[in-house]
Every structure is written in structure tokens, then in C-alpha cells.
Ligand binder design. Structure first.
Ligand code: HSE
Length: 436
């Protein structure tokens, strides 16, 4: 049978990884796919640049339209990133009847609903395994492996850069900015690194996972995001002392009222496996009603781990190339006419426990005032440590863990506590999940 021909938009790190794996593992991959797979053309901004892959047999062009309009091409790989040109090219390629494989989480999170409608009209597949958690086959696991379950919640370390920063701060006492610069040099960070540290990148990935888990449309705009820039060394140490680790988690949870979608620094018990996922590694914990907790771990970025995910999608497309378009695996796991309109909850309705750190005056009655405000808002304290004041300082750090409460109540309590004359500055609040 004739080889399947691939055209690549954007021959950078991931594209180079794909080309290298396809060449090295050609025999094994075609044994799985049933056809030979070859990259015949690729577009790049600068075709003279040195690449990590051999481009001898690949026709290079600066004009992506040449690829999407090429009748020889069966599958277009969108690896250029961005959401403007990438979206236009993907929609045009779909119009031209091309199947799409993309690693672009922002594109899927922001424009996936529109792209999938068009793909269904045209009877083509759009696959995006590489968009979430790099090499971990988490999309396939949720969409296919767990399709017998009601997914109750999932929680993931889905940004390697953020995890690398928190790990280095904890283990080596390094500064935030210094570790971020290293992540950028290693090629893990986004073009705009605020996407990593402010939780935007993880928010894109969470929106995708939540759609697949709960059968809801992609709704990135409803994801609550909080970054890691305010986490201090002191918070990391106090958390350790209490038996917790701080991780930047993406959490999606189905409740009776709706769906919580949130990315924020989170205290989790140090004994949980996911608390021990360090460096740039990613992990996603998925709780299904039948299977119980399942944990997926691996490299969340990098040329070949991400290339591995891209190729698994290519193989899926190749396997069904001649199949009936009506009976393919649905883009968002659930059949298009069975997508539900269950609401995504506003941040104030999140239910979680909290770590609070406040700076209090060292005199009788201060803690009583704080705890009575918490009690008024029905917030129960789980643990409390009061530290010695630092030398020459009349203020002392107080660290509290609370039981689960409504975010709205906590917001109100924090406002009242910060207004006390005996409390200085703002309260550090980190959400806490036991993930049990
Ligand atoms: N900037 C992302 C990360 C790359 O650090 O995880 C992979 O999506």
C-alpha cells in the first residue's frame, strides 16, 4: 500500500523530534500502523537554520499554504504554536480534507470547539495527544482507557516549568528568577514564560482534560488560575513541617452543583505519589468511580517525548484512514450530540481546605480574634503553628491549616482578618487538597 504522506507546519524542537523518531523507528511504527509513514514537506520561518533532524528528504518551504494545499499530503502536523495563523491554517487544511495532528494546547483550548465542528463536517480527524502532558498518553487514557467510568475528579502537575521551579526552590533553596531562566535555557518554558508561572499553560491543558473527562465543551475562559510567583521559601518550609508539599496543580472536579476548574498552588500530603513528582516531570491523577485512583507519570515536554505523543496520533489516523468517519473515536471523547451543558462553577463556589500564613502581633487575644472570625464563617481549623518572632521583630508568623470550606467564606474571612489592627500585611493563602 502507498505510504501515508505527512506535511509539517513548524519544524522546530517537536517537529525535529517527530522526524527523528519516524526515521529511527520506521519499521516498528509501520508494523503498528499498517502503512509506511513519511514526512515529505515542512514549513519553517527560516529554512536555512540548523535543525535537530536530517531534512535531506524533506521539501522545506517558508509558505505553509504550499503544504495545506498540496493534494499529496494526507496528514498535516501543526507544530508551529500560536493561535492566530495556526488556527487559520488548520481550518483551511480541514477544508482541504486533511487530517490534523497538533501539539498546540492553546489552539485546542481556545478554538477546539469550532475546529471540531468543522472537522466533523469534513469527516477528518483532529488529534492532540501532545497538547497535554507531553509524552504521557493521558488523552488516550481518559478518552478510551477510562471510558467505562464516571470521572469524579482529576488533578495534575501539567506544567513542567512550574514544577521545576517549585522543586528547585524546595530542594536547593534557589531563587525563583534564577530557576525560571534555567527552564527557559532548557527549552521547557513557553515563549511567554508568564504562561508557565501564572498557570495559563496549565489552564489550557486543564480545559482540554475536563472536556474529555466530563463531556463538556472546551471552556478555558472559565478556568480559575493563580500562579506560583507569590510562593515563598518560608511557605515551602512550613508546608514540609506540616507534612505537605506545594505543587502547582490543575484540578477538575465534578460536584452536585457543577464543575470546578482551577489551577493554583496546592498543599498536598507529602506521602502521595504525585507529591513526589519533581523537576520538569508531569503527572496526572484521575479518579474514576469504577477504577479508583489512577496515576500517569512522564516527561511533559521535550523533542522526543512530545514527538512520541504526536506519532501515536499519526498512527491512529493511519489506522482509520479508510474507516467510516461516523464511527471514529469522538474528538472530545463523548459523541458530539451528547456534550453536556453542566455548568462550570465560579471560583467563589470552589470547596477546598486552606493553608494560611499571617503575621500577627505578639500579644494576648490576637489569635482569639482570628479564630472567632474563622468560626463566624464556619471555617474549622485543622492545625496551627505559631513561630518565634524573628530577632528584633514583634510580629510572629502564624500558620494554619483549615478544613474544607467554601472559597467565598474564606475570601470574606481573609478580608476581615486582614482588617484587624494586630495583623500586618496580607495573608498568604494556598489551597490544600488531600487527593484521597
Ligand atoms: N511550557 C510547557 C511546560 C511545555 O513547561 O510544561 C509543555 O507544554
Amino acid at each position: 500500500m502507498e505510504a501515508v504522506k505527512i506535511g509539517v507546519l513548524g519544524l522546530g524542537t517537536v517537529g525535529g523530534g517527530v522526524v527523528n523518531i519516524l526515521k529511527r523507528n520506521a519499521k516498528e511504527i509501520s508494523r503498528r500502523a499498517g502503512r509506511e509513514i513519511i514526512v515529505t514537506c515542512a514549513s519553517a520561518r527560516d529554512i536555512t537554520r540548523e535543525r535537530i533532524c536530517d531534512t535531506q528528504d524533506i521539501e522545506l518551504t517558508t509558505d505553509s499554504l504550499e503544504i495545506i494545499n498540496n493534494p499529496e499530503i494526507d496528514i498535516v502536523l501543526e507544530l508551529m504554536g500560536g493561535t492566530t495563523l495556526a488556527k487559520d491554517l488548520v481550518l483551511q487544511a480541514i477544508d482541504n480534507g486533511k487530517h490534523i495532528v497538533t501539539a498546540n494546547k492553546a489552539l485546542i483550548a481556545l478554538h477546539g470547539n469550532e475546529i471540531f465542528v468543522k472537522a466533523s463536517e469534513k469527516g477528518v480527524m483532529v488529534l492532540f495527544e501532545a497538547a497535554v502532558a507531553g509524552g504521557i498518553p493521558i488523552i488516550k487514557a481518559i478518552r478510551e482507557g477510562l471510558s467505562g467510568n464516571q470521572i469524579e475528579w482529576l488533578a495534575g502537575i501539567i506544567n513542567g516549568t512550574g514544577n521545576f521551579i517549585l522543586t528547585e526552590m524546595r530542594d536547593k533553596g534557589r531563587d525563583f528568577a534564577d530557576v525560571l531562566a534555567e527552564a527557559q535555557a532548557l527549552g521547557y518554558a513557553e515563549a511567554d514564560p508568564t504562561f508557565d508561572v501564572e498557570g495559563i499553560d496549565a489552564g489550557h491543558k486543564l480545559a482540554i482534560l475536563a472536556s474529555l473527562a466530563f463531556g463538556i465543551p472546551l471552556q478555558f475562559e472559565k478556568v480559575f488560575t493563580e500562579g506560583i510567583t507569590k510562593i515563598t521559601r518560608a511557605d515551602v518550609e512550613y508546608a514540609e513541617e506540616l507534612g505537605y508539599r506545594i505543587k502547582h496543580l490543575g484540578i477538575a472536579r465534578k460536584t452536585a452543583q457543577g464543575i470546578e476548574l482551577r489551577v493554583h498552588p496546592t498543599l498536598i500530603p507529602a506521602k502521595r505519589l504525585i507529591a513526589n513528582v519533581d523537576g520538569v516531570m508531569n503527572a496526572v491523577l484521575v479518579q474514576g468511580d469504577a477504577v479508583g485512583p489512577t496515576l500517569y507519570y512522564g516527561a511533559g515536554a521535550g523533542a522526543e517525548p512530545t514527538g512520541s505523543a504526536v506519532i501515536s496520533d499519526i498512527v491512529d489516523v493511519v489506522r482509520v484512514l479508510s474507516g467510516d468517519p461516523e464511527h471514529r473515536v469522538p474528538h472530545l471523547a463523548f459523541q458530539a450530540d451528547a456534550i453536556s451543558d453542566i455548568p462550570v462553577l465560579p471560583a467563589e463556589q470552589i470547596q477546598t481546605a486552606y493553608y494560611l500564613r499571617l503575621s500577627a502581633e505578639d500579644k494576648p487575644g490576637v489569635l482569639a480574634d482570628v479564630t472567632s472570625i474563622l468560626a463566624k464563617h464556619n471555617i474549622s481549623i485543622e492545625a496551627l503553628i505559631q513561630k518565634e518572632p524573628l530577632e528584633g521583630n514583634t510580629r510572629l508568623p502564624v500558620i494554619m491549616l483549615t478544613q474544607t470550606t467554601l472559597e467565598k467564606e474564606m475570601n470574606a474571612a481573609i478580608t476581615e482578618i486582614e482588617a484587624l489592627s494586630t495583623i500586618t500585611g496580607s495573608i498568604s493563602r494556598i489551597r490544600l487538597e488531600t487527593l484521597g
